[in-house]
Design a protein around this ligand. Structure first.
Ligand code: ITT
Length: 192
């Protein structure tokens, strides 16, 4: 089975991607390759950050690898928090504070349309590839559910009544932004 390094410090993402790709690839974590660095994400696009993370691991550790950058893009907020989703309420990846700020910004707004967008960047044999996955939905006025991570408790994907945090990992991993991008990555790798 081919091994792929996934350049993420987010253990929820690692678990999701292992669930999605686990049957076909062995997904190695940064810890397994001896990387404990806080990888810089200073680009101003999801594409830029995904490539930055993958290039960092390739340059410093020598492994072909892939990375994911994800943002929640809210229509009434002009696409914010977008690439700043992790740091929306300040430094520190504080999901509770980020959701609190989001709900506050949307107070009284009737347009609750949003989308999660993931860009996966793959570095393989000296070339770079990107794959995108989007899921549209709406932002609730309050949190619901405890599964998942990040903004999952306030996001209801289109065509569903439950939030990502209520539906549990199996269902989220069938329809999510990350699942869509990672499936494109898998299709690409299978065709090679
Ligand atoms: P890495 O950069 O180490 O991969 P990260 O947590 O910094 O991990 P991102 O920059 O891609 O990841 O994600 C930005 C934020 O968006 C993240 O901290 C979450 O709050 C949120 N997010 C990402 N994917 C999500 C998902 O599937 N469901 C809910 N929120 C998500």
């Amino acid at each position: 089975m081919k091994t792929l390094v996934f350049a993420t410090n987010n253990l929820h993402k690692l678990e999701e991607v292992r669930d999605i790709l686990g049957g076909s690839f062995r997904i190695a974590s940064l810890k397994e390759i001896g990387c404990i660095d806080d990888i810089p994400e200073t680009a101003d696009t999801l594409e830029g950050n995904a490539l930055q993370k993958a290039r960092y691991v390739k340059d410093k550790f020598g492994y072909d690898c892939f990375a994911d950058d994800t943002g929640l893009e809210v229509e009434a907020l002009g696409g914010a928090p977008g690439v700043f989703s992790a740091r929306y309420a300040g430094l520190g990846h504080d999901s509770e504070a980020n959701m609190r700020k989001l709900l506050k910004e949307l107070e009284g707004k009737t347009n609750r349309q949003a989308q999660f967008r993931t860009v996966v960047a793959l570095l393989l044999e000296g070339r770079e590839y990107t794959f995108e996955g989007i899921v549209c939905g709406t932002i609730l006025t309050e949190r619901r559910g405890t599964a998942g991570f990040g903004y999952d408790p306030v996001f209801v994907p289109e065509g569903y009544a439950e939030t990502f945090a209520e539906m549990g990992s199996e269902e989220k991993n069938r329809i999510s932004h990350r699942a869509r991008a990672v499936q494109k990555l898998a299709d690409f790798l299978h065709k090679r």
